[in-house]
Design a protein around this ligand. Structure first.
Ligand code: 6PG
Length: 531
């Protein structure tokens, strides 16, 4: 036995992780896959990428035999049945004290069941969230492990060596017993859905209402990625918006044919984003987060809105059929009367901006015509809106994790979570530093947003722009469900009294005798309501 770690599953993530371990954990790695082609590919990659200490197996017995006991095996196979199949095949070959770490996006209750099953064999079983995609797996992912402390002690040196690093250390933290790691990764993905939808809404508004081109919006995202909104998702959005279609030109000609006809230059090619079908897919972790939020009785409006927006986007044929049948009827006379004038004025402004960009924008601002400067003002408002809505979305995700941790006895340190989410993972963002600082003094992020410190101040100064951005979206008939549900979350928390909730309690008591509590004395009350 010569290998310190074994990886089962040499797909995109598994193969990258093997090479990461071989390179950064200073140990020999064994990889297993039923496909000899995949096994060969990884051996070849290991050779090409610096003769990394890696060997591949297509049979389980020699793979397990190659591992130094007590064995450490990482599973990177699709969640659900494939994990059970892998465990069925592995179990007879494992011994007391071995550790198996499942790094898939697994439903946490399945991990808990497997932990119990493997404990019967004396095998430690961990659920470990991994984020960062293929490149993260290769060069430094964010890792979210949980299980018994003994299991953690065995794998900690390896996980620390391969994780992404920030100035505050490696992006891995032991999250406690049970399947806390899978749970935290699930919520990470819920937050990811929220972030992506918020960015998508800002893009939609800039594109349609602001009349900006993809390249211009890309430049806006580039600028945002240097400021408080700095994050991986904002950065990749800028890159996406700069990307031209490699396959086809704007008029639909295959790039090869266009090149043959003398066309096909970079400028002639369509923006790739415009060629992508506007119907979102999902693999399930966002749905689980929303289901789990409901299960725990925690409000997660931003993530719910993001999930529903994905479902709605897939109603492509319904949306096509609605064209002309569901015309836009502006609510305000301002929009009705000024929209055409605004379009003309914006045209002039665009020309002025192209001619002397900073002078034109500054001039427009000084003149103080918010309607004419819809482009620049909208962009500023959206920056405020995006920051605020994102902060509220984090607050919802962290509240869900805390509620589940309290219920299940997991010892999850939310400040530590903010630290490890700062690097390697998809939702890594500059604002996590401030979130972490806030969580050191208050247990719930929503407390900080409402009652104290720098986060409350951020929302104080940003909420006017946030509201303006949403008002414009509503006025112009552009859907912005995540931006607005985040604001509803914030506004609800701000209300000392919710008349709507009092009324609903009365209605429940009226038709169902469900009783209500009173503000002036304790107890539960029922009224004989009359129609
Ligand atoms: C990550 C990602 C990763 C995966 C998502 C995609 O953290 O690296 O979240 O886990 O890309 O599961 O999820 P959807 O297909 O549901 O968008």
């Amino acid at each position: 036995s010569t290998c310190a770690v074994g990886v089962v599953g040499l797909g995109v993530m598994g193969s990258s992780l093997c090479l990461n371990i071989a390179e950064h954990a200073s140990c020999r790695v064994a990889g297993f896959d039923l496909s000899s082609e995949k096994a060969r590919d990884v051996v070849e990659r290991a050779r090409r990428e610096g003769d990394l200490p890696f060997e591949a197996f297509t049979k389980l017995e020699p793979f397990v035999a190659a591992l130094i006991p007590p064995r450490r095996i990482i599973l990177l196979v699709p969640a659900g049945k494939p994990v059970d199949a892998a465990l069925d095949a592995l179990s007879p070959l494992l011994a007391d004290g071995d550790t198996v770490v499942d790094m898939g996006n697994e439903w946490y209750q399945l991990t808990e069941a497997r932990q119990a099953r493997m404990a019967g064999l004396g095998v430690h079983y961990m659920g470990c969230g991994i984020s960062g995609g293929e490149s993260g797996a290769r060069s430094g992912p964010c890792l979210m492990p949980s299980g018994s402390p003994a299991a953690w002690a065995t794998v900690a040196p390896i996980l620390r060596a391969i994780a992404a690093r920030t100035a505050d250390g490696p992006c891995v933290a032991y999250l406690g017993m049970g399947a806390a790691g899978n749970y935290v990764k699930m919520v990470h993905n819920g937050v990811e859905y929220g972030d992506m939808q918020l960015i998508g809404e800002a893009y939609h508004l800039m594109r349609t209402l602001g009349g900006l081109t993809n390249a211009q919006i890309g430049a806006v995202f580039d600028r945002w990625s240097q400021g408080p909104l700095a994050s991986y998702l904002v950065e990749i959005t800028a890159a996406i918006l700069r990307t031209k279609d490699a396959a086809f030109t704007a008029d639909g000609l295959p790039a090869g044919a266009a090149a043959a006809a003398g066309g096909g230059a970079e400028a002639d090619r369509a923006d790739l984003v415009d060629m992508i079908k506007d119907s979102c897919g999902s693999k399930g972790t966002g749905k689980w987060t929303v289901q789990e939020a409901a299960e725990q009785g925690v409000a997660a409006p931003t993530m719910s809105a993001a999930l529903e927006a994905r479902y709605l986007s897939s109603l492509l044929s319904e949306r096509q059929r609605a064209v002309g049948r569901m015309p836009f009827r502006p609510a305000s006379a301002t929009v009705r009367i000024f929209s055409p004038m605004l379009a003309i004025a914006r045209g002039f402004l665009a020309i002025a901006c192209a001619w002397a960009p900073s002078t034109a924008a500054l001039g427009a601002r000084l003149i103080g015509w918010p309607l004419i400067t819809a482009g620049p003002c909208l962009v500023d408002d959206l920056e405020q809106a995006l920051y605020s809505a994102k902060l509220c979305s984090y607050a919802q995700g962290l509240a869900l994790i805390q509620r589940a941790a309290d219920a299940k006895g997991w010892d999850v340190d939310l400040a530590e979570l903010a630290r490890i989410w700062k690097g390697g993972c998809i939702i890594r963002a500059a604002m996590l530093d401030e979130i972490r600082a806030a969580l050191r003094t208050r247990k719930a992020l929503s407390d900080s947003i409402l009652h104290g410190g720098v986060l409350r101040a951020h929302l104080d100064v940003r909420q006017a722009g946030w509201r303006r951005a949403i008002m414009r979206a509503i006025e112009h008939g552009v859907p912005a469900p995540a931006l607005s549900s985040s604001l509803a979350f914030y506004d609800t928390l701000r209300q000392p009294r919710l008349p709507s909730a009092a009324l609903i309690q009365a209605q429940r008591d009226f038709f169902g005798g469900h009783t209500y509590e009173r503000v002036d004395r304790p107890g539960s009350f029922h009224t004989l309501w009359k129609l």
